[in-house]
Design a protein around this ligand. Structure first.
Ligand SMILES: *Cc1c(COP(=O)(O)O)cnc(C)c1O
Length: 369
């Protein structure tokens, strides 16, 4: 199976979202959808229940949908979950961990950062020591797949430590949820955040949070923002059977429901994970044969997105490389690592091993240096 490109879709998005979606997901948006009735509300309730089921088999969890891109959902958690006296500790090893800390600082939430630099896993002994030393830390935040480098972080091991210290654990699983099997209860997470346009393979327009009810319930009136008040959004969805407080992205929600159906048809998260792993293995193998070096060693990589070191050849130029691949039907992603010159290629979305093989052939042709 490959994903056809045509006049309407002249290239595949090999990016961490928005990503390549199926024609049927896009078709779900080709009509006007009403919002103030039972049919729509039932659809929202069903999406919420399905998200909880994908996140954990354990009881006691709920899902909240939130307008905006994924960052809005991270912001809604950080600015709602922590009480005025709370303190957040972020384990950061890339731009998205740093962004969680930046949200806290901007919104007046006390925050510290344990920075392990972009090439390393967070130091969990330092986490353990920090939690022992500072009883004022109430929450720990961490990114599951750090999309900056493509690193897969040890969330379950960190969650184990956070739980042992009886603090709350916030996991940004934006780029991994739906593409990597996980059980948020087993990983000790109280909040797990993702968005419509990543591994569920929907289109951009809202994010979602799966939360432990007993942790979310006491957060009423804590939010530093009205529109991003996670508790209020939850309360309204619960009390009014799936109603959003403010205009919901109806078309995007319809497309998301279709994307969830298609995830199920594919065989669920396990099957999607296998496809992504196959894509990733072909990508790394093909690029390595062409002389490109992955930034991270194998044990730190994710099957989501891969950072490659930029070629050292003086004639190499990312913009030119990018344009050549785009003309050949593939959009890749610029680098985001601060300490190295890289570019990134994602392999999530409606993308198949045969597409990756075509990509490798296109890369071989596109090299001009
Ligand atoms: C995509 C992503 C986000 C959210 O980014 P938006 O541009 O706001 O959608 C947050 N964290 C991670 C790890 C991501 O990959």
């Amino acid at each position: 199976m490959t994903t056809a490109t045509d006049a309407v879709n002249p290239y595949l998005l090999l990016t961490p979202g928005p990503l390549t979606t199926t024609a049927t997901v896009k078709e779900a948006m080709l009509r006007d959808w009403c919002t103030w009735d039972a049919e729509y509300n039932t659809l929202v309730q069903r999406i919420r229940a399905r998200l909880v089921a994908l996140a954990t088999p354990a009881p006691g969890f709920t899902a909240i949908l939130m307008q905006g891109s994924g960052t809005f959902s991270v912001e809604s958690v950080v600015t709602t979950a922590l009480p005025p006296t709370g303190r957040l500790l972020v384990l950061a090893n890339g731009a998205y961990g740093q962004r969680m800390a930046a949200i806290a600082r901007r919104c007046g939430v006390a925050c510290g950062v344990l920075d392990s630099l972009e090439h390393h896993h967070p130091d969990l002994e330092r986490l353990d020591n920090a939690l022992s030393a500072d009883p004022n830390i109430t929450h720990v935040g961490m990114v599951h797949c750090e999309t900056t480098t493509g690193m897969l972080n040890p969330v379950a091991a960190a969650g184990h430590i956070v739980r042992a210290h009886r603090r709350s654990f916030i996991v940004d699983a934006m780029s991994s949820f739906g593409g990597i099997p996980m059980d948020m209860d087993a990983m000790g997470a109280d909040y797990l955040i993702s968005s419509a346009n990543k591994c569920i393979q929907g289109v951009p327009g809202f994010g979602f949070v799966i939360a432990r009810r007993s942790v979310l319930a006491p957060t009423r009136m804590q939010a530093r923002s009205l529109s991003l008040d996670l508790y209020d959004q939850w309360h309204t969805m619960e009390q009014q059977n799936g109603k959003w407080r403010f205009t919901s992205p109806t078309h995007v929600v319809r497309a998301f429901a279709q994307a969830l159906d298609e995830l199920e048809i594919e065989g669920g998260i396990e099957a999607r994970h296998r496809r992504y792993c196959e894509n990733h293995a072909l990508l790394v193998d093909g690029m390595t044969r062409l002389g490109f070096a992955p930034l991270l060693p194998p044990h730190l990589r994710s099957p989501i997105i891969t950072a490659f070191e930029s070629p050292k050849a003086p004639a190499y130029d990312f913009q030119r490389f990018y344009a050549a691949l785009k003309a050949a039907g593939f959009v890749i992603y610029p680098g985001k690592v601060t300490s190295a010159d890289t570019f990134r290629i994602g392999n999530i979305g409606n993308v198949y091993p045969a597409d990756i093989q075509r990509l490798i052939a296109a890369v071989a042709k596109a090299r001009f240096w």
